[in-house]
Design a protein around this ligand. Structure first.
Ligand SMILES: *Cc1c(COP(=O)(O)O)cnc(C)c1O
Length: 374
């Protein structure tokens, strides 16, 4: 494939920072973590942060703060990566899968509110493609039901709901720096919160359930085991890499948005001819060019298009098997037909290559190959 689906951004200062970190003692939450926290302060003003080895572990850390009881329920969309559902299970809760709306592929507020019960403790919004879920409606739902709103903002660094960065609207938000995301450090994640109590709990969870962070900040004479914790701190070499990446974030976002805007313009004929819908961006959402997708009318056409594009050296991908239709979803008692919009999305969605190394010629070659095939 000469037009690859992913290609990570190379930040100019990566090597210099790595050399600097290798000369250090590699202490957890060392010099680069301090610099990373300053950088996070400017991206997410007024919030508290915990950098973690993955978004998955950030979600587990966030779910720990809810202190679920067995049988407590957490609402989340079925068209999703398994991390949030795993985090609910790991902390003793029951994931309650909700359907999506076909315009944005994000959780349907109406379907989520129909699934509220006296056991519901939280709703987890996932912002697909870096396009904000309907946070206004979800926040209202959460406030009225007295439950927490958590954002799975894995795909969302530098994406916004109105003027607020995704991950900062809910009680807690989690971002990913996995190699497939916009800014990368091999594996990495971030938990964001404005809630002091959650931050205090999460900060101990992240360091083995101890108050070691407070002790190092001079808040206690010694540290001890206070709660059921884990080890979810990001290492210094990864912090160094991530700092170099985040310092280039506006460049990365601009470059990716250029790609998605070209796709949008050049693929208009698919919509005019009723063949496929281009991804929709609601007025409240300011995306980051994480994904560009199409939804085809005819799943058979999509299935024959993928190998045809591959034959031209262009790597395009479908996306999630909805959680409710997976073998694990079946074990949780779901049937394929239960959430029809999620199933339809799985059958008809195609993602095109988006990364900072794509040229205008690559983009034109991709859209021409698609238009010629259909
Ligand atoms: C990538 C992704 C995750 C997992 O992130 P990691 O950093 O790999 O743990 C979770 N949820 C969603 C929606 C994702 O896209």
């Amino acid at each position: 494939m000469d037009i690859s689906f992913y290609s990570r951004f190379h930040a100019p200062l990566e090597s210099a920072y790595l050399e600097e970190v290798l000369a250090s003692g590699l202490e957890t939450d060392g010099l680069f973590m301090k610099r990373l926290l300053d950088c996070a302060d400017s991206l997410y003003p007024g919030c508290r942060f915990l950098f973690t080895p993955s978004c998955t572990l950030a979600l587990e850390t966030a779910l720990a703060c809810l202190r679920l009881h067995p049988g407590d329920e957490v609402l989340l969309p079925s068209f999703n990566f398994p991390s949030a559902a795993n985090a609910v299970l790991r902390h003793g809760g029951r994931p309650v899968l909700c359907d999506i709306t076909p315009d944005t592929q994000n959780i349907s507020v109406r379907d989520a509110s129909n699934r509220l019960t006296s056991r519901t403790r939280a709703v987890i919004a996932m912002h697909y493609a870096g396009v904000s879920a309907p946070l206004g409606g979800l926040k209202k739902l959460a406030d009225e039901a007295g439950i927490a709103l958590i954002e799975d903002a894995a795909q969302c660094v530098d994406a916004y709901y109105e003027d607020q960065p995704l991950g900062t609207v809910g009680d807690m938000g989690c971002v990913s720096f996995h190699h497939t995301k916009n800014a990368v450090c091999g594996e990495g994640g971030l938990m964001i919160t404005k809630n002091h109590g959650h931050w205090q709990y999460a900060r101990q969870y992240r360091l083995h359930g101890t108050n070691r962070a407070g002790y190092l900040d001079g808040e206690a004479a010694r540290y001890t085991w206070n709660l059921p914790g884990s080890c979810t701190a990001l290492s210094e070499p990864q912090a160094a890499l991530l700092l170099a990446q985040l310092q280039c974030l506006s460049l990365i976002t601009r470059s990716r948005l250029h790609v998605t805007e070209q796709y949008w313009k050049q693929l208009a004929p698919l919509e005019e001819r009723g063949i496929a819908m281009r991804m929709r961006i609601p007025a409240y959402a300011r995306p980051n060019g994480h994904i560009f997708y199409l939804r085809f009318q005819d799943p058979a056409l999509l299935n024959s298009l993928i190998p045809a594009l591959a034959a031209h050296g262009i790597d395009c991908k479908t996306h999630y098997v909805p959680l409710h239709a997976s073998p694990m979803g079946e074990k949780l008692g779901y049937h394929k037909e239960d959430l029809p919009e999620s199933l339809a999305c799985y059958q008809t969605l195609l993602r095109l290559p988006v990364h900072t190394a794509l040229t205008d010629e690559d983009i034109a070659r991709t859209t021409e190959a698609i238009l010629r095939f259909v």
